[in-house]
Each structure stands twice: as C-alpha cells, then as structure tokens.
Design a protein around this ligand. Structure first.
Ligand code: NAI
Length: 768
C-alpha cells in the first residue's frame, strides 16, 4: 500500500523522556553530600561538582575525602570486621537479600539517577545496569549462604578497598560489594569522581537494610583519594576496575605489602564475523557490543574483524544500521546512544579519532550542546595503527578484514589486552575451534556483552587478573585456610502477630480445597488436648494434586533458577515474619523442645534452596575427542513427598524447597505428627508468588503413600520413612518411577538436589 509505506518512511519517533524529578528531588533532599562512614553520612568537607554530561548542569556537590576521612573509613571497616566475619552465612545472606530487595524497589529512581550522572541512555540503566546489580545481590545472598559449608577452612580476607570506574557506577559497585560482603569482608568503596551519586544512594539503602555500621563505607573523591585507599596499611585487599595505566600503578604501590589484589582493566576486544555468520544478527550484536554505553565498556567489541568475502556487504549493512541509531537525550526512552561521561573523555575520543587516520564514517552530527560524539566506523587502518591497538573508550569501531580462521585468530590476538571476544558463525564446530584460541577471559559465540552474576568475568594479559562473578569471583574474597574472628550471634528475624484459629483445608493447584471425603481427622497436642482438625485426604485428593502439579511443571521448570530463587526467598521472608507463631504451633503438636530452632533451620533451608536454584550447575566433561560433552542437571518432574514425622516442619520445607528449587513440582503428604504446621504453611505459600500447583499439600493418613507411589503421572517419590519402603517401591513399578526411601537424611542438601535432578548430556564435537 503506497500511502502506508510513505507514512512508514516519514514517521519520526516522538520523544518519550523519563522524568528526572524523583532523582533531582532525592539529590535536593541531601544538598551537599558527605562521605558515608560507620553507618552514617558525615558532614560534607571540601566538595567538587558532579554534572549531567548531556546538559552540563551541576547535579550535586560531593565531598573530596581527605586523609582523615579515609582513615576513619578504614577504621570503621576494621571495627566492624569481627562481627561481620563472625556472622553465620545465613545472617549475611539475609542482609544481602534485603539489599537486593531495596535496590529492586528503588530501581526506577536509581536508573534515572544513573542516567543523569553518566549520560547513558535510560533504556540501558533501566534494563541493564540496575537489573544486573539486583541480580548480583540476589546471587551473592545465595553464595553467602552456601560457602561456609561448600568451602570449608576458608575465611574472609578482611578490609577491602574497592575502586570503581564511571562507566557502570552502580553495577561495578554491585560486582565488588556483593561478593566482598558475602564472603564476610567489610569494604571501603570509592566511586569515580564523575559518577558518585548512585553509590551514595546505595549507602542510604544499606542503612535501610540494616547493614551493620562500618560494614560498607563509601568515600568519594578523585584518584588521589583512590591512591590513599590503596596505600593505607589497614587495607587487606584492593579490587580495582579502571584503566590499565592506573591498574599498573596500583600493582606497584601494593607490591610486596601482602595485600590481595584483583585488577579489571582495559581492553580492545575483537569482534570476529565469519562468512557463514547470520549477518543481520551480527550487525545487531555489534550495536550492543560497541554502542552500548557509547562504547565506554571495557569489553566493548571495539575491533571488528570481518572475513574478506563478505566485508563489503557487511560494512553496507552496518552503515545502514548506524544511520538509524538515535543519538541524543539520554532520558529519552527512544535514545540508543547517549552522552559521553565528561568533557575530558569527549576531548580524548575526539583527539584520538582526529589524529588516527583511516576512512572515517559518521552517519550523523553530534548535537551542538552537551558531551556527545556520533557513532563512528573507521576502516582502512593497518593492524599496527594506534587506533587498532589503543583503547578509545568511545562509540568508535575500527574494522579490518581477514581471510582464514588462522588469520582471524592471529589478528584477534594482536593486542596487549585479553578481556573479551565475540565470534559470529553459524558453524558451531568452527566457533568452538576458534574460541579457546583467543586470548580473552570471556568469549561470546553469536552474542556480545552478556553478563551474569553466576559467570566469572575478567581478563588476561594487560586486561588484568582475577574474576568477578560466580564461585570463582567469590574465592577472590576468601583466604584459605586461615584464622577466623570470633563468632557473633545472628540477628533474629522480624516476628509478626499470631493469627486466629481457622479450619485447615488442603492446598491443591494454588487454592485451599476441602477434602473430597468431607471427613476430618483430629489433631491432638502431645499432651492429648484437641488442637484442631485437618481434612482426611483420599485417592481423589491425591489425583487432583498430581494433576495440578503436572500442569504447573513445564512453566515452573521453564523459569530461570534466578526467578525460582526469588520465590523461595519470598517464602522465607513470609515464614520469617510468622516464625513465633510457627514455633508455638509446632511445639504444641509435637512437644518438641527445639521447635524454635526447627523454624530457624527451615528458614535456612529455604535460603539454601534459593541459593542452589541457580548454582546447581552442570559439568563440562573431558571426553577423548576434539570437543566437549555438556552435562545439564534437569528436573525430574513431579515429585511426591511423604514428609518425615521428625523433624516435621523442617523436613517438609527442606524437601519441598529442594524439589521446587530444581524446577520440579511436588505433592506433599503432611506428616501425621504435625499436619497443622503444613496447613499453616500454605498460607505462607499463598502470599509468596508461588504459581498455583507448584507445591500441593494433602493431609491424611500415610495410606496415601501407596496411592502416590502408584500414580502414573508422578515421576519420583521420596519417603522419609523406611517402614513405607516396601509398599512404595512395589507400587512404583507401573511407570518405574524413581524412589528415594530413607530415614531423615539431615540438613545436607546434596542428597536432595541429586534426587531432584537427573543429568542430560549434550555432545559437541568441533573442528574447523
Ligand atoms: P581511571 O582508571 O583513572 O579511573 C578509574 C577509577 O580509579 C576512578 O574511581 C578513579 O578515581 C580511580 N583512580 C584514578 N587514579 C587512581 C590512583 N592513582 N589510585 C587509585 N585510584 C585511582 O580511568 P579514567 O581516567 O576515568 O579513564 C581513562 C581511561 O581509562 C578511559 O578512557 C578508558 O580507556 C579507561 N577506563 C577503563 C575502564 C574499564 O572498565 N576497564 C573504566 C574506566 C576507564
């Protein structure tokens, strides 16, 4: 339709700016900012301005810390260390979780603040910086919970000095603070002088989360302040992200002083496009790779290497795409390329390109005001040229061609850096042949700039050393073995009011349901008095519960481990709020003197299950061929659980937690010793965003065991009652379901996670 296509041609984007007001109001509330030391904001000292690079406007006045401030911050971190290092993993997990929740709740304000201070497009701060920071805190809540058992003999390093750059201020803070705290260290962090605001807001969130005073200290100022932190005798470890030049200086200053050190430095990462690549996807990947954050990304794909046969058509496609990149107001949701962080950086980029030679293509002009630089492609350079070798750290892509895979590898590795690389090819064996030959800490196949808290990030060569993210990142903050400070008591959880008594039903498909039989069973206290009634479940109830579990399973398994972890944490949060009530109820039914501890251990089990949700990784198997075999842990499916009599509550919650953490759904047959604890528990589930059918609770006598074990749509039955073994195993023959018959195995989650998963293997041979 000609009219429509003409309209499509002429149609321009309308501006869709995000309002800066909430962030500006937050800044105005504070006026001038002092440093955050020992849990409080100090009075501002001598200050410097931080500006919005898109407009040049002054946003705030922030303190240039002096030597005394640094000393106070280090002393506060030192004083807080024994308590924090001595806290249990679970206590630290709870605080990291609280931080994650608060950052999430303030996501919008933080995103706007970040965009105002850095000039990056709001789309990025909203969809990348803040969510990844949140994810980092969640993930490390999990590591905090798990490492004391998984890494025996390890201990925190001590007081960590952390220096972060201006390109991802909040995200780099999260990359540093989350693992340090998870490991039991305390920190003195310095944000970059161009972009201190999100770190200051983070300090406020730490106060709200109840982070003990001195565990997190934020000291603002320039490189001199950074150097004071580096040189301070009270600092046990330095973690730095920034330029290679400063990294080298820090190595020199710390040399021989017994300080641990990790350096995350610059890069000039290659972006290899082979002739069999999906070219449109490769162009799109390049947009993410070099124009994300105006190219101010240490692992930006700044050197494009294209196979000769497709170079001309690839450059054409790329230029077409570049013409459609929208450069301008970072707060506009339609903006692709925002402002450069500071006039000094703009001058640096401008100068390097002006003197660098080559054929320069720029599809548009930068706006007249503000720190803007157009997306740029430079071809016609030779490999030794300055622009091919040095980090420009701006929206500037340099490109050249190669003929063979071997030449591609040689060109890619012709650099002093070794941070990241992207390979684009539709031939997986080729990509996997090339990947390990590249000098890079991270290689993306048919992708770019993918990050996750579970995956280690870091470089080789002059890109630095050490890893951030994953278990490997955590161990950078641990000493093995070593003395550990004295243990401190764990802060108890928040306690809510006890509810009124009520009629207990079953919980099937996310709804409270009456028993099919209409009959109830009496529940008596250990002393004999009547405590209440629960429904007497029958075959029909089991059938309904299995049906609900089956229906819910694919979607639940399809969620990421991260998403499942969030639900488990939420269940723990809601249980924690009612821990007193659960304690009383359990004690009343069982007479157990340890009811309080059982509730606390149930909370810990939920945290541990949440922690494992996204960490029960598969393995890469070393097979005797050119290639690898990948072993994935996949859920078993629908798990029927005959909950143990002792420990009644902890047993049911641990089994449920492990099953659902791994992506299974489950049918829990409540323990006859304490059925009311499980009927109370479904109220917790109801308020915790658990999708209907993921966990179902049936009450009744253990005769239900056979029905469950005989059901053809149940994939596994766990019976924590050896006396039921014969009946369950005999009934399980129909579909040869997996059975796990055992006395209560204890708190170690290992056997639960193994029972909840099975390994699937994928073989990937390779060869060019
Ligand atoms: P930079 O390395 O000077 O700054 C990074 C951080 O280090 C800031 O917080 C700064 O205050 C601090 N710092 C500076 N001098 C220090 C010292 N002597 N001791 C301790 N801390 C110190 O980076 P800058 O000057 O902002 O940018 C220059 C170039 O560095 C960029 O053009 C880019 O090439 C590279 N860079 C690389 C980054 C990366 O993520 N790999 C991040 C930022 C910059």
């Amino acid at each position: 339709l000609p009219e429509t296509s003409a309209l499509m041609e002429s149609m321009a984007y309308g501006p869709a700016p995000e309002s800066p007001s909430p962030a500006l109001d937050w800044i105005a509330e504070h006026g001038r900012f002092g440093c955050f030391v020992a849990g409080a904001f100090e009075e501002p000292g001598a200050t410097f301005e931080t500006r919005n690079p898109a407009t040049g406007e002054v946003l705030a006045h922030v303190t240039q810390a002096d030597a005394d401030t640094v000393a106070r911050a280090v002393a506060a971190a030192r004083a807080a260390l024994p308590g924090w290092a001595g806290a249990t993993g679970h206590a630290r997990a709870r605080l990291l979780y609280a931080i994650a929740r608060l950052v999430q709740k303030q996501a919008k304000l933080l995103a706007v603040l970040e965009t105002l201070d850095t000039g990056k497009p709001i789309r990025e701060s909203r969809d990348i910086d803040v969510p990844l920071a949140v994810r980092h805190f969640y993930y490390h809540a999990g590591l905090a919970q798990l490492w004391p058992e998984e890494l025996p003999g390890h201990s925190p390093i001590g007081v960590c000095g952390q220096i972060v750059p201006w390109n991802f201020p909040l995200l780099m803070l999260a990359w540093k603070v989350a693992p340090a705290l998870a490991a039991g260290n305390t920190v003195v962090l310095k944000p970059a002088e161009y972009t201190p605001l999100s770190a200051l807001m983070f300090a406020q969130l730490c106060q709200q989360a109840g982070v003990p005073a001195g565990v997190v200290n934020i000291v603002t100022g320039d490189g001199d302040v950074g150097e004071r932190i580096v040189a301070h005798d009270g600092i046990d470890k330095i973690a730095f992200t920034g330029s290679t030049e400063v990294g080298r200086r820090i190595r020199k200053i710390t040399a021989g002083r017994g300080k641990a050190l990790t350096l995350e430095l610059g890069g000039k990462s290659p972006y290899l496009v082979f002739e069999d690549a999906d070219l449109d996807s490769a162009v799109e990947g390049l947009v993410d790779s070099i124009w994300l954050n105006q190219g101010q990304v240490c692992c930006a794909g700044a050197r494009l290497l294209v196979q000769e046969g497709i170079a001309a058509s690839f450059y054409d496609k790329l230029k077409t795409r570049m013409r459609h990149l929208r450069l301008g107001d970072p707060l506009d949701k339609c903006t692709d390329v925002g402002a450069i962080v500071d006039p000094a950086q703009l001058a640096r980029v401008t100068g390097m390109v002006a003197q660098g030679g080559g054929d320069v293509f720029q599809p548009c002009q930068a706006p007249g005001t503000g720190c803007f630089y157009p997306p740029t492609l430079i071809t016609g350079l030779s490999p030794a040229d300055r622009l091919m070798q040095e980090e420009i750290f701006g929206p500037v892509l340099v490109a050249t061609t190669f003929r063979t895979p071997a030449e591609a590898v040689a060109l890619a590795n012709d650099t002093r850096y070794g941070l990241a690389a992207s390979i684009w090819s539709e031939t997986l064996p080729l990509a996997l042949e090339v990947a390990p030959k590249l000098a890079a800490g991270v290689v993306w196949v048919n992708g770019a700039n993918m990050f996750d808290a579970a995956v280690g990030f870091g470089g080789l060569r002059e890109s630095g050393f050490g890893r951030e993210g994953g278990w490997e990142g955590l161990t950078e903050y641990l000493r093995a073995p070593g003395g550990r400070p004295e243990a401190v008591p764990v802060t108890p959880g928040v306690v809510g009011p006890a509810p009124l008594d009520r009629t207990a039903k079953m919980f099937i498909g996310g709804r409270q349901t009456r028993p099919d039989s209409g009959e109830s069973l009496l529940v008596r206290a250990s002393g004999g008095q009547l405590l209440g009634h629960v429904g007497a479940g029958n075959r029909k109830d089991i059938r309904n519960a299995v049906e609900a579990a089956r229906k819910a399973q694919p979607a639940w398994a399809g969620l990421s481990g991260h998403a499942r972890a969030q639900v488990l944490y939420y269940i723990a949060e809601n249980l924690s709020a009612r821990s007193e009530e659960f304690t009383e109820r359990l004690a009343a039914q069982t007479g157990a003197g340890d009811a309080g501890q059982q509730v606390a251990r149930s909370l810990e089990a939920l945290f541990a299950c949440a922690a494992w949700s996204d960490k029960y990784d598969g393995r890469i198997k070393d097979v005797p061929m050119r290639g690898v075999a990948l072993g994935f842990n996949v859920p078993v499916g629908v798990v029927g659980v005959l909950c143990p009599s002792v420990p009644a509550l902890e047993g049911a919650i641990t089994a449920m937690g492990a099953a659902i953490a791994m992506g299974n759904t489950c049918v829990l047959v409540a323990p006859e010793t304490a059925p009311l604890s499980l009927t109370d528990f479904y109220q917790v589930l109801e308020t915790s965003d658990l999708p209907g059918g993921v966990a179902n609770i049936v009450t009744g006598r253990t005769v239900l065991a056979e029905t469950l074990a005989g059901h053809l749509d149940v994939d596994a039955v766990w019976a924590f009652a050896p006396e039921l073994g014969q009946a369950v195993e005999a009934a399980s023959c129909g579909n040869l379901k997996r059975t796990w018959i055992t006395p209560w195995p204890g708190r170690d989650l290992g056997p639960f996670l193994r029972a909840a998963t099975e390994v699937r293997t994928v073989w990937i041979p390779w060869g060019a």
